[in-house]
Write a protein that binds this ligand. Structure first.
Ligand code: 5AD
Ligand code: SF4
Length: 497
C-alpha cells in the first residue's frame, strides 16, 4: 500500500508563540530543550512583567538601539519579539523600562558610537529606577569591551553576546528578578534555536537568516571572531519561514548571511545556495527576493543561472571587492585576483544585463600604496559600480592586519577621497542611464523630507521619490524615472502592478 504523504499545517508566527507559551509549565523546573526552555522563560517574564505593571500602574515599555548590518537588524527583531511577548510595548525614545543596545564592532567608529550613546542614557535611569539596560551583539564578544563596561558603566544590568542571543528570555527573567548585573558571553555555539518570537519592523519586507558566522578570515575582519564559524539553517526551516512571511503579506524577502554562497556546506547533505535560492524564488506570492552578502569567488554559475531564470530575484548584486589590487587582496586573504573579479563582473553583466552591481571597498589597508589604490580605481571604473560603500581601514584588535605596519591616517584620507570621487562618478553615470524608463517599484515609506511624496525601491535597489501617500506603502507600482539626482530619482507612480 502506498502511503499518502501528510501535508503539515503551516502554523502562523502567533500560533507558534501562543502554543509554545501555553505548553510551558512553570510549576516544573526549566526544561533542558533550549527552545522549550526559552518559552518557559517567556511565560515567566510575562508574569514578572504583569506584576511590575500592576505596581507601576502603567504599561512597560522597551527600546532597542541597533547598530551595524542587516544581520543585527534581524536579531533586533527577534529581541523585540521576545520583549513584546513578555508584555512590553515598543517606544521610539530611549526613556523606556527596558533599553537594549544591539552592538556592532566591524569598525572602530561603531564602537565609539555605542559608548557615546550609552553614556547619554544613564540619566534616564536616575529618573526611572525600574529601568533596565542591556547590551548585546558583536562588541560584547570582545573581552576588552565587557571589561570597559564593567569598569566605567555601572548602570548596565545585562550583557550577553551573539552566540547566546536565543537565551534572552532567560536573561530577561534574571534581570527582572535581581538588581545584580548579569553577564553571559559564550565564545561559540553549535545550536540554532528555531521559532523564537519575532517582531517584524516592516509589514511588507523581511529578512530571513539562512546561515550564521563566517569561515573566511579576511585579515582585517573581526566577524569570524565575534560571529563564529558558519552554521546553516535547514533548507525546509528557511522555506517554511519564507512561506509564513508571504502568507502574512510580506512582498519582499532578503536572505541573510555573512557569506550566503557558502550556504549548506556545513550541513554536508548536498544543500547549496543555488537550490535554496531557486526554491525560495518559486514560493507562490513572493514578489521579490534579495540576498546579502555573497563572496565574489564563491559565486557559482548555478546561482547566476537561477537569478537569470527568476525575474522576482532582485536585479541587484552586492559583491564586496575590498581592493582592486591583487597584492592587497592577497594580504587581505581574499581568495580572488583583480582579473578574476573583473571576469566575474563582466560575466554577470553579460548574463544579467539589468543587474546593478554594488560593492564594499576598504582604503588604507596595511602596506597599501597609491599604486594599489590606482588598481582599485581601475576596477571601479571598469565594472562601473552602481554604488559602493567605501570604508577607511580600521584596526580590529586580534585580527592579523592589526599587527602590520599601518598607513598614516592623513594618507588614508587622501586615498579615500580619490576612491570616493570615482565611486560617485560611476554611480551617477549608471543612474543616468535609466532616465525615462518605467520600472517596477515597491513603495516603502513616506519621504522624510516631503510628506507629499513616497519612496519606491526598484529591483536594482535604486530609490525613486514619487508623489503619493501612505495608502501606497507595501504595494508595487510601475514607476517612471523622470529626473536623475545622482544616486536616486524623482518620478511618478503610473499604476499598481
Ligand atoms: N576596517 C574597515 N572596513 C572594514 N570592513 C570590515 N572590516 C573592516 C575594517 N577592519 C568592511 C568591509 C566589509 C564591510 C561590511 O565592512 O568592506 O565588506
Ligand atoms: Fe569578514 Fe571576510 Fe567573512 Fe566578510 S568574508 S564577514 S569580510 S571575514
Amino acid at each position: 500500500m502506498t502511503e499518502i504523504p501528510v501535508k503539515k499545517k503551516l502554523l502562523s508566527f502567533e500560533e507558534i508563540l501562543e502554543d509554545r507559551i501555553s505548553s510551558a509549565d512553570l510549576t516544573m523546573d526549566p526544561p533542558e530543550n533550549e527552545e522549550a526552555r526559552q518559552y518557559y522563560f517567556i511565560k515567566k517574564a510575562r508574569l514578572l512583567a504583569d506584576q511590575l505593571q500592576a505596581e507601576l500602574g502603567r504599561p512597560l515599555t522597551f527600546h532597542i538601539n541597533t547598530f551595524g548590518c542587516q544581520m543585527n537588524a534581524r536579531d533586533s527583531e527577534k529581541l523585540a519579539g521576545i520583549l513584546r511577548a513578555a508584555g512590553y510595548q515598543e517606544i521610539e525614545s530611549e526613556d523606556a523600562d527596558f533599553v537594549l543596545f544591539n552592538t556592532c564592532t566591524v569598525r572602530d567608529n561603531a564602537d565609539q558610537r555605542v559608548f557615546g550613546r550609552l553614556g547619554r542614557i544613564s540619566h534616564y535611569k536616575k529618573l526611572n529606577p525600574m529601568m533596565k539596560i542591556g547590551i548585546c551583539g558583536c562588541m560584547m564578544q570582545e573581552a576588552s569591551n565587557v571589561e570597559k563596561i564593567n569598569r566605567s558603566y555601572p548602570f548596565v544590568d545585562l550583557i550577553f553576546g551573539t552566540h547566546n542571543l536565543f537565551r534572552f528570555p532567560e536573561y530577561l527573567c534574571n534581570t527582572l528578578e535581581s538588581d545584580r548585573r548579569y553577564v553571559d558571553v559564550w565564545d561559540k555555539t553549535e545550536s540554532i534555536v528555531e521559532d523564537l518570537p519575532n517582531d517584524r519592523k516592516y509589514p511588507y519586507k523581511a529578512g530571513v537568516n539562512i546561515m550564521y558566522g563566517c569561515n573566511k578570515f579576511c585579515t582585517y575582519c573581526i566577524v569570524p571572531y565575534v560571529r563564529g564559524r558558519e552554521r546553516s539553517r535547514q533548507k525546509e526551516e528557511i522555506l517554511d519561514e519564507c512561506r509564513r512571511l508571504v502568507r502574512d503579506g510580506v512582498k519582499e524577502i532578503m536572505l541573510l548571511g555573512q557569506n550566503v554562497n557558502s550556504y549548506g556546506r556545513d550541513l554536508k547533505d548536498g544543500s547549496n545556495f543555488a537550490d535554496l535560492l531557486e526554491a525560495a524564488a518559486e514560493i507562490e506570492g513572493l514578489r521579490r527576493l534579495r540576498f546579502m552578502t555573497p563572496y565574489p569567488s564563491d559565486f557559482s554559475e548555478d546561482v547566476i543561472q537561477v537569478i537569470k531564470r527568476h525575474p522576482n530575484i532582485s536585479r541587484h548584486l552586492h559583491m564586496p571587492l575590498q581592493s582592486g589590487s591583487t597584492a592587497v587582496l592577497k594580504k587581505m586573504n581574499r581568495r580572488y585576483t583583480k582579473e578574476e573579479f573583473l571576469t566575474l563582473a563582466e560575466h554577470i553583466r553579460a548574463e544579467i544585463p539589468d543587474a546593478a552591481l554594488t560593492t564594499d571597498i576598504i582604503v588604507g589597508f596595511p602596506y597599501e600604496t597609491p599604486a594599489d589604490v590606482d588598481d582599485t580605481i581601475d576596477v571601479i571604473r571598469r565594472v562601473g559600480f552602481e554604488n559602493a560603500f567605501t570604508f577607511i581601514y580600521s584596526i580590529r584588535r586580534g585580527t592579523p592586519a592589526a599587527k602590520w605596519e599601518q598607513v598614516p591616517e592623513e594618507e588614508k584620507k587622501v586615498q579615500f577621497a580619490r576612491v570616493l570621487s570615482v565611486v560617485q562618478e560611476t554611480a551617477r553615470q549608471q543612474a543616468a542611464k535609466l532616465q525615462g524608463r518605467v520600472m517596477e517599484g515597491l513603495i516603502e515609506e513616506i519621504n522624510a523630507k516631503d510628506p507629499g511624496k513616497v519612496t519606491a525601491r526598484l529591483s536594482n535597489n535604486m530609490l525613486v521619490h514619487v508623489p503619493g501617500d501612505a495608502s501606497m506603502i507595501g504595494r508595487f507600482y510601475q514607476i517612471r524615472l523622470d529626473e536623475c539626482c545622482g544616486f536616486y530619482y524623482f518620478g511618478e507612480a503610473l499604476e499598481e502592478c
